[in-house]
Ligand binder design. Sequence first.
Ligand code: HCA
Ligand code: CU
Length: 346
Amino acid sequence: MNEQKRILSSFAGVIDSTLREGFQFSRANFSPAEQVEIFHFLAGIGVEYVEVANPVRPEIRGMVAALVAARGRGRTRVLAHIRNHEIDVRAAIESGVDGVNILCTVDAERVKAMGKTTGDYRAALRKNVVLAKARGLEVRVGVEDFFKQPRAESLEIYRLAAESGADRLALADTLGRAMSWEVGRRIKRLRRTVTLPLEVHFHNDLGHAVSNAFAALEAGAGYISTSLLGIGERTGITPTSSLLVNLYVLDPGIARRYDLGRLTEAENYVARVCGIEMPPNLMTNTANGFAHKAGIHLDALMKFGPGKYELLPPDLIGNRRSLVIDTLLSGKTRLLDVEKFQEKYG
Ligand code: HCA
Ligand code: CU
């Protein structure tokens, strides 16, 4: 099997965390109505899961309840992101979410600061997974900062989680420091001992959040954690639009599974409510995602059509093309040419 086929056969779904990781973006202060609106965008796109913050916090509880109500009978399931604490599991059960994403640490210092031994922490995990499963929740168990933690400790968490009935395991590149070759190597190795579906979460501090997601898929991970615009702590994570557009480029059939046409509106909405400009490096940017300016580009577009310099038709993701003329760089292309072009290609 080649890389492309391997990626497509491992890909299992999107776990969008705009309402959890994205909420941790310095400029995100979503109101309850905005949260529900974001949920509707995500459900409209068709992501499999929406991750929300921890309902153990009273200020979060109402928001989670509103999102559970918004979910209705749709296919998008709601997951609460919680710690390995029984009170968190109980709050999640009460909140009506479909599942829990339990985040574990294997950092001895962090466990000690909780006043626990590693043994206590592991025993709690076993109990928490069993409790959540007994109450009908889907359970994911993840390890924070996986790439810098002792391998044996993470494996022990995964082993325990699997044995206790977890449905999915996860690893996070919390500091965004993993290189794609390391991601591929570590996940392939992990797949030899771990059989449950794997979810991955990559931060973008070094600019690898998208390519690491694909290295992970190629190595056998199934679920990718994303957020609209890629917002999150610091520089954020893999953008939902980038993940889906990449999948589309690998296999246009992905457009039957997700409504890609809503990506532009969804990401522009999130930018607006965060009070920020759209990032210029996303294809969902309406000013430049499909803007053609250099003479060579414009000229080729006029002669051969948009395919020469567009990976995909802009309207596929709900965006539009713009032709930038009358600049120092735009060469011979004139308004008349643009009008003719538009008549032909829209
Ligand atoms: C954080 C936690 C997390 C958790 C990811 C996950 C991370 O630091 O806020 O549960 O998969 O990056 O480790 O977002
Ligand atoms: Cu994170």
